[in-house]
Ligand binder design. Structure first.
Ligand SMILES: Cc1cc2nc3c(=O)[nH]c(=O)nc-3n(C[C@H](O)[C@H](O)[C@H](O)COP(=O)(O)O)c2cc1C
Length: 233
């Protein structure tokens, strides 16, 4: 969709249009659009106005270098694994475990991959480490001294970036899977030990015909997460 058609999107529309896109076309992304998105996202709020987010944006050879470096770690098997942090709590209980299970099932069902086909599931998971074919990768990191409040700030910045990309007719997929090989990503990017990698964000033009981009992503009912008190509704 041309950028001019989308620049007047309201927030609600952008929220509904955004989804994690897991198949991109090879069409390059205009760097001036990225610059405009990142300038606007700088308006994201943060406690104490710390603006703790730091990002490294890659395309072309530098992006390929990260993919190659991480592929070499993956080839090492379990020894190559270098997690930056626990992506999920070690003991993920319900209701969260069921939500995670359900979205995984829906994703693989969209591709016609049955539960017992572990090889195909792994193959699809490994697409993560190609950035699902996205021409641009943004790595979001911050100083290691930052704690949960600043990580929440990073999330707000990330959502701002994702919605602004939608406004410009672009798509994205946040990818914390890169944190499983965080040390290698940081080393390849030339980031010091003082930095911690939160997530990748694959950016590009959605392959709108791909089944993996078309299934309805479930959300729980509002009353499962919101507790209204004192209202006359
Ligand atoms: C911080 C963050 C990291 C994520 N990491 C991954 C990832 O590594 N791979 C992936 O396929 N999806 C990843 N996701 C996408 C989530 O699975 C997705 O946001 C969720 O299922 C809701 O779907 P939607 O984004 O399409 O609305 C991540 C999302 C967030 C917010």
């Amino acid at each position: 969709m041309p950028a001019t058609d989308t620049l007047s999107l309201c927030v609600t529309e952008a929220l509904h249009r955004r989804r994690s896109v897991r198949a991109f076309t090879s069409e390059p992304v205009d760097p001036s659009v990225l610059a405009s998105v990142l300038a606007a996202a700088q308006r994201a709020p943060s406690g104490g106005n710390l603006q703790p987010w730091q990002a490294t944006l890659l395309t072309g050879a530098p992006w390929q270098a990260v993919k190659d470096a991480v592929a070499a770690r993956i080839a090492m098997g379990r020894e190559g694994y270098q997690p930056e942090y626990d992506i999920y709590p070690k003991e993920l209980t319900d209701p969260w475990e069921s939500r995670r299970f359900r979205v995984g099932e829906a994703l693989y069902a969209s591709l016609g991959i049955p539960r017992e086909d572990k090889k195909a599931r792994l193959g699809q998971f490994m697409e993560n480490y190609r950035g699902f074919g996205a021409p641009v990768m943004l790595f979001l990191h911050c100083s290691r001294i930052m704690g949960p409040p600043q990580w929440a700030d990073m999330g707000m910045w990330l959502q701002s970036v994702m919605l602004l990309l939608v406004e410009h007719g672009l798509a994205s997929c946040p990818q914390e899977c890169w944190a499983m090989y965080g040390a290698k990503v940081r080393q390849t990017l030339g980031l010091g030990e003082d930095q911690i990698l939160f997530t990748g964000l694959a950016i590009g033009h959605a392959d709108t015909g791909a089944a993996v981009n078309q299934w309805p992503v479930p959300r729980v009912q509002l009353d499962e997460v919101i507790d209204w008190r004192g209202f006359d509704r």
